[in-house]
Design a protein around this ligand. Structure first.
Ligand code: AMP
Ligand code: ZN
Length: 121
């Protein structure tokens, strides 16, 4: 898919509405439109990358940055684990259709605010 048709590229450009949580030069984060938990935020790179499977070595720093942004948002939204690692949140990249990926612009799900089960469905 070309990025002109990508809904997350449109959100980043402000052509589609979103509830922004965080933004910097490299990433944009916003509340998921269909939250699966009390906290459900998507952290997306401003660069259009279709999935984890399309990452190249030049994206290494960007992906690390996405995790650090997720940690900061988890703190701000009150889902970070305490010193005993009670509470907490889940970080998910769905990669491909069998894994549940529906939007083919890289995004890290930050999901928290409730107890979660394992394994995922
Ligand atoms: P995935 O299934 O991993 O590709 O995740 C895509 C996520 O994007 C889903 O959780 C959707 O609810 C979410 N989503 C789709 N469209 C929008 C939108 N316009 N604004 C916010 N979240 C969206
Ligand atoms: Zn895109």
């Amino acid at each position: 898919m070309h990025d002109k048709d990508c809904i997350f590229c449109k959100i980043i450009r402000g052509e589609l509405p979103s509830k922004k949580v965080y933004e910097d030069e490299q990433v944009y984060a916003f509340h998921d439109i269909n939250p699966v938990a009390p906290v459900h935020v998507l952290i997306v790179p401003k660069k259009h990358i279709p999935s984890v499977h399309h990452l190249t070595p030049e994206d290494e720093q960007l992906v690390g940055h996405m995790f650090l942004v997720a940690k900061q948002i988890a703190n701000e939204l009150g889902v970070a684990p305490d010193e005993n690692m009670n509470k907490g949140y889940r970080l998910v990249f769905n990669v491909g259709k069998d894994a549940g990926q529906t939007v083919f612009h890289l995004h890290l799900h930050l999901i928290g605010g409730r107890t979660m089960s394992w394994p995922p469905g």
